[in-house]
Ligand binder design. Structure first.
Ligand code: NAD
Length: 297
């Protein structure tokens, strides 16, 4: 079997087009422009790239982008005071603090200072609790993107066996909550799981979010299963230079799976698209307007 490739790049372009249509409607019919504020502390090169591309795509869908760049040695009090200003700014509907933060800043404290209604990353403890109890929340962008692709490919996910490899707060755990919400039977595997290959072989849906290049080989995959590869790992190429690979060994998994997301071009582009989707959703909720369909869990 050769797997169907789930084209996250094309899917993300559709999501962004959907967001842009809603942004037009909000502007033309209600005089509202959704706004996303991104806070970057320090000069981590990867974070700078992410923030630049988030800002560019925010503007491309017609939303307002506010970038706040703070020195690496900013005090916690100054960062919290900026968040307080953004919480109270009616032109800002979404706030994202780019992680990781420098070591002297308490990430949990900073994230939990964001107004949960503007927490478009979905990391605030209130949103974590709302998602865990099946209530309306802001949903973390990467798992939301995975869910959208799975729903689009399968229609109903009800009754499917899903195995998530990785138990992080930003991917593994919220992914599990979302798949439970769609009535999957969910297993979360992690670094201490016994017989990981045997666990993964039971899965109709495998979500790999580990951070280990090409860790999952094709012989762990049940024939016909759907493989969602969240991993982004840079490895050396034999002839020099580097390339990006996921947490699954794409070539061997694609021989066995029914469907698979590539790296790059799978989950990655969906993450930013879902950030924009969350911002438009937050804006609609803030103004008591109907939320766009298909952009939330
Ligand atoms: P993390 O380091 O916070 O968590 C990794 C998890 O993998 C842990 O729960 C750990 O228990 C588990 N793990 C580690 N080694 C294991 C092993 N040998 N067997 C089974 N489980 C093991 O990572 P994260 O933030 O969840 O990110 C995971 C990957 O996803 C990384 O490659 C990251 O770059 C990528 N990522 C991609 C996006 C995107 O937009 N595509 C977004 C977030 C993270």
């Amino acid at each position: 079997m050769t797997a169907t490739v789930i084209d996250g790049k094309a899917f993300a372009a559709n999501v962004r087009a959907h967001v842009a249509t809603h942004v037009d409607t909000l502007r033309d019919e209600h005089g509202i422009t959704p706004g996303l504020a991104v806070v970057l502390v320090g000069e981590d090169p990867a974070s700078q790239v992410y923030v630049r591309s988030k800002g560019k795509m925010t503007v491309e869908v017609g939303m307002a982008s506010f970038e706040h760049k703070l020195d690496a040695d900013v005090s916690e009090a100054d960062l919290l005071s900026l968040i307080d200003r953004l919480n109270n700014d009616p032109t800002v509907h979404g706030i994202l603090v780019q992680l990781p933060l420098p070591g002297h800043l308490d990430s949990d404290l900073v994230i939990n200072a964001i107004n949960p209604a503007k927490d478009v990353d979905g990391f605030h403890i209130s949103n974590v609790g709302l998602l865990a109890t099946g209530q309306k929340s802001m949903v973390p962008c990467t798992p939301l993107g995975c869910l959208m692709m799975l729903r689009d490919y399968h229609g109903s996910l009800s009754g499917m066996d899903a195995v998530i490899i990785g138990r992080s707060n930003i991917v593994g755990k919220p992914m599990a909550q979302l798949l439970l919400g769609d009535s999957c039977t969910v297993t979360i595997a992690h670094s201490r799981t016994k017989d990981l290959p045997g666990v993964v072989r039971r899965a109709d849906i495998v979500v790999a979010a580990v951070g280990r290049p090409q860790m999952v080989p094709g012989d762990w995959i049940k024939p016909g299963a759907t493989v969602i590869d969240v991993g982004i790992n840079r490895i050396d190429k034999p002839g020099g230079g580097t390339r990006l690979v996921g947490d699954v060994d794409y070539d061997s998994c694609a021989q066995v799976a029914g469907a698979i997301t590539p790296v790059p071009g799978g989950v990655g582009p969906m993450t930013i698209a879902c950030l924009l989707a969350n911002t438009v959703t937050a804006c609609c909720r803030a103004h008591g307007l109907p939320e766009p369909e298909g952009l939330t869990a």
